[in-house]
Design a binder for this molecule. Sequence first.
Ligand SMILES: *Cc1c(COP(=O)(O)O)cnc(C)c1O
Length: 339
Amino acid sequence: MEINLISDTITRPTEGMLQAMMTAEVGDDVYKLDPTVNELEARLAKMFGMEDALFFPSGTMANQAAIKLHTNYGEQLICDKWAHVYNYEGGGVSFNSGVSCKLIDGDRGMFTANQVIEAINPPDFYHSPLTTLVCVENTTNKGGGACWDIEELKKIQQVCIDHGLKYHLDGARLFNAIVAKNHDPKIFGEMFDTISICLSKGLGAPIGSVLIGSKEYIAKALRVRKVLGGGMRQVGYLAAAALYALDNHIERLAIDHDRAKEVERILLHNDKVVSVETVETNIVIFNLKEEVDIDKYVSNLASKNVFISNMGQGKLRMVFHLDISTEMFENLCDILRKQ
Ligand SMILES: *Cc1c(COP(=O)(O)O)cnc(C)c1O
């Protein structure tokens, strides 16, 4: 059986999720008349203690809409050099919002409040772009699923308040951080102007992300979503999958985290492996020794039906998710021990 660890986005809906989708009550969501979408949005807004939420077809679109809300043409946002908004959204920051990114050289995709202060352009120095937004990612994708320290996030919030900057959280995998660190979701709701969350990653829904924020921001986001072509009609079928995921797939993220930790231990004992980034959630990033041929290592695993990603610069990645059964996981451990 195929053990696909390329990403936590490869999951397929479970029987229960398909049942929930098939029996969903739907309406035209462009008119805000889909009861299942409305329920999903209300549920997530409440969970994070924020006023309102909006369903999007992708996490990229939710982030791009947030950036559009918080900036004007010619302005600059601050993010880590590894940020998804900078690296993996097709240049949307400049395409959609006419905004540039000031990159921070962080640690595993995370940075400090002092680094933010240093990255802010003085607002009266009109030669530089005006800094108006800080984006953080939790957990960090390229940083190997690392979780932010809440105290540092609060310090950055204070910097944003002091300098009149908006504060957006790319929470594609925020539930992984919430489960790993046992956080109350409301601490994030209190801190950020907007939060995006993917339902199609570890939570296992086929499609969908949500942007959460104040009534005012979400009303504006509705227009931005329309402009980006993200207004969808009877999309309650997908919202039903997302609601099912919220009911059934949050706590089980701990299983993915335990498995990733177990694989970290196995890799640390392997002759071919030189280092493993400390595993905090469901992502394992590791480096092979210089003399080991990376392509061969990856294709050898593939010949045993184990699929992992080569991220370049000697980095390999495995991501755990709900389509890995206990049996598949045991096989994987055996294969990795003999690798
Ligand atoms: C997956 C991901 C997104 C959104 O990606 P989509 O494929 O557009 O849903 C945004 N940010 C991070 C950190 C991600 O990992």
